[in-house]
Write a protein that binds this ligand. Sequence first.
Ligand code: FAD
Ligand code: MLT
Ligand code: ZN
Length: 442
Amino acid sequence: MLLQNEDVINYNVDWLRRFRGNSRLVLRPKTTEHISKILKYCNERRLAVVPQGGNTGLVGGSVPLFDEIILSTQLMNEIINFDCNSGVLTCQSGCVLENLSANVSEHGYMMPLDLGSKGSCNIGGNISTNAGGIRLIRFGSLHGSTLGLEAVTADGSVIDCLTSMRKDNVGYHLKHLFIGSEGTLGIVTKVSILCPKAPSSVNLALLGCSNFDDVLKILALTKSNLGEILSAFEFLDAVSMRCSERYLSQKCPIQSAPFYVLIETSGSNDDHDQEKLGGLLEAVSSSGLIVDGTLATDLSKISTLWKLRESITLGLLEDGFCYKYDVSLPLSSFYDIVTLMEDKLKELPYLKVCGYGHVADGNLHFNVTSRIYDERISGTIEKELYKFVASAGGSISAEHGVGQFKRDHMTDVKSPEVLSLMRNIKSIMDPHCILNPYKVIP
Ligand code: FAD
Ligand code: MLT
Ligand code: ZN
């Protein structure tokens, strides 16, 4: 299917409304063969192509800079097979994550990843960004859960690595080149994912604490007390919580605190899991690490509590403009940048500075808002944040990728040798640079 003129506007603008391209053509193929023919045609004529899934990416990777052709996988949404014995799901890359979750749950399984954008993002987009999310702590990254994939490279070649076997050590593990390469090396068309069994017992605790050191002490106690049943450990600060409450028109059910943590257990035995979680809650409370807390054991309360965490991203946009950063930092200096930035920005017209994220994975989502975009704010943030991340030995992109947003910082954080190898790989797989040009590689 082909879209033109006014229909293409939404495909040109990214989710954060920061980047806007000027493509006049969106192609929505249904099969691998269609993609192969399209890329062969574009490659021969040197026409640039931007792969797009759910367009929920946060680094401007899914939208064109100029008039590149947008190749949307939205109509490639067929579930090919689910093997109830192994838990291996095979599907086309345009399947929406939430639909896949609903489908595998009918067989008693779950998807190994969960993101706030699950209602729109596609599994192909997830794989191409190597998306993390709240369950990475339990199930690891998509480099592990993706057993195989099929992709089409720039000249139209179909690379069939779509095994559904858990072990396959025959030659180079080419699938990894497509995981996290943000559509610059090929278009992922089919995937096979290893799904874990859905837990029969799930509990979620929301705790409030008075300082970030206590968050870290709770994390350490959680890991040793809960062990294998821990399935998520997320944190948010007070500004993030207020933002979510306002967006949802819903009050946080516990007393206000400077920091909050959400601790989820997933297991197979209610009594066992609740005993372990009860022991943890007793320990954190008797050590004076929390100011208040609540426990959810039924699915409806669990989902209400999760909404408080998942809605921050949407809530922040209500201020007007959101400067969104996603960094990895050692836990010892994890939250310091939020306090430091409040000071650095104090003369500028910002509205909020806040931090939340996947603390157990060392992943901070650092966000600032203002009514409209202000270059002085973004300039100050980037100067201070990237300096801070470099001196702490962190990463300037923990899970959102590079896209067009962070491309020019690649030379600051990757050595010339590493960049040269990346460029060589790109030139072998896409010699005319038609796939997602101007993204990732500087
Ligand atoms: P798009 O946005 O369409 O594309 C993303 C990138 O992948 C682009 O570079 C695009 O060219 C490429 N691409 C897309 N499909 C293909 C394909 N089939 N083949 C090759 N390249 C392709 N991210 C996280 O990591 N963790 C989170 O917890 C998280 N939460 C989020 C919550 C919200 C509310 C929002 C809006 C975003 C969140 N994200 C998160 C970011 C985003 O949802 C993820 O990066 C997601 O994986 C993108 O999927 P998508 O289908 O929307 O991809
Ligand atoms: C999240 O964990 O909520 C996402 O990565 C989105 C964000 O950073 O806002
Ligand atoms: Zn995240």
